[in-house]
Design a protein around this ligand. Sequence first.
Ligand code: GLA
Length: 391
Amino acid sequence: MDRHQLMKEFETCFGYKGERVFFSPGRINLIGEHTDYNGGKVFPCAIDKGTYGVVKKRQDKEVHAFSGNFPEVGTLSFSIESIEYDKADSWSNYLKGMIKYIQDEYGILPNGFDVYIYGTIPNGASLSSSASLELLIGVIIRELFNLDLPQLDIVKLGMKTENEFLGLNSGILDQFAIGMAKKSYAVLLDTNTLIYEYVPLVLPNHKILIMNSMTRRELVDSEYNTRRRQCEEALERLQTTLNVTSLGEVSIEDFEEHKAVIEDKVLIRRARHAVYESDRTERAAEALKQGELEQFGRYMNESHVSLHDDYEVTIEATDLLPRLAWEQDGVVGARMTGGGFGGCCIAIVEQDAVEPVIDYIATGFKEKMGYNAEFYIVETADGTKEWVNND
Ligand code: GLA
C-alpha cells in the first residue's frame, strides 16, 4: 500500500493534511479452530493484508471517520462524550465500542480525531477485518493520547467490543492474533491461561496461500452461538465425572473414558472436536518447531476433517477448496480457517507448485460451483502498530 496515496486520501476527505499512519493486520488461524471459547489452544499468525488508518487529532470532542472501502456511506461523525451503539452507523460501531471501553477505564479523551481508513482484507471472508479495525483504533488512541495501555489490554477491549457492543459471542483468537503477532512467527496461545509462545514460521521454500470461497457467511452468528452452547452443555455433563473448568483441559484419554456421560451424539461430536483439536494444535506447533512441515500439514488436514465431520461448520465451497488442494503435489496441508460457514481456506504450498496448484483449484472450483474463487499469497506480519517509515 502506498503511504503517499493514503495521506492524499485523508486530505481529500478532511481538507487538511493527516499526521500519522497506522497499520493493523488481518489474521489466519493455521490450526486450532473453535477452541478459543473452549479454553483450548490456537495457533494463528497475522498477515500482510490489513487495515490502514491515517489520523489527526481534532480540537473538539468529535470523531470523524471515512472508510475508503465504503465511500457511499460518507463521513461518519459522533461525539466521544455520548457514545451509543446504532445499527445504522455500520462500521463505525467498532470505533465507538473501542472508544467507549477505553474511556470507561481512562476517562473521556481530551480530544476527538479525524481518521481515514482503508482495508485490504476482504470483508466477511473469515480473515478478521473487524478485529483488525478494533485493534487499529485501540492502538491509534493509545498513541495519540499517550495512554499507558498495554497491547494485551487493547486485545481484551477489542474482544469486549465484539461481545458486548456488537453482541457477537466470539473468543479471543482474532484480537489476540492481530494485536500480539510478530512477523515471521505464529503464536501458540493457551486461551485458558493466556500463556503464549512465538514459534518461527519461516518457510523458505513454501508460500501461504489463501483461497477465498467468495461465500459470505450466512446465519453465522446464530450457528456460532449454537456451537458454543453445545460445547458448554457437553462440558457441564463431563463435569459430573471430571474435575475440569473447560474442554481445553480435558485430555484425549479422559475424554474417551468419560464421553458416555455426555449421552447426546451431537454433543459428543462437538466436544470431541474441541478436545482433539486443541491437542492437535499443540502437536502441530511442536512439529513446526522441529521443522517437520509435512507432519504439520497432516495436522492441518485432520483439523479440516474434524471441522467437517464433528463440528459441522464447513459448507460445500469451503470443503471443495481443501479437497482440490489435497489432490495436488506440492501442497503440504490445507484447511478452512476462521469461524466457518463460508469464508476462506488456507494451504501451505511449495513455492514452485504455487501456480499450477492455483490453476488446478481455480478450474475445479469454477466447474463445480459455477463461480470463481479468489487466491492470495500472503506473508506474515507484525501486530498492530504505527507505520513509521515508508517501508
Ligand atoms: C471466529 C471467532 C473466533 C474463533 C473462530 C473459530 O473467527 O471470532 O473467536 O472462535 O471463529 O476458531
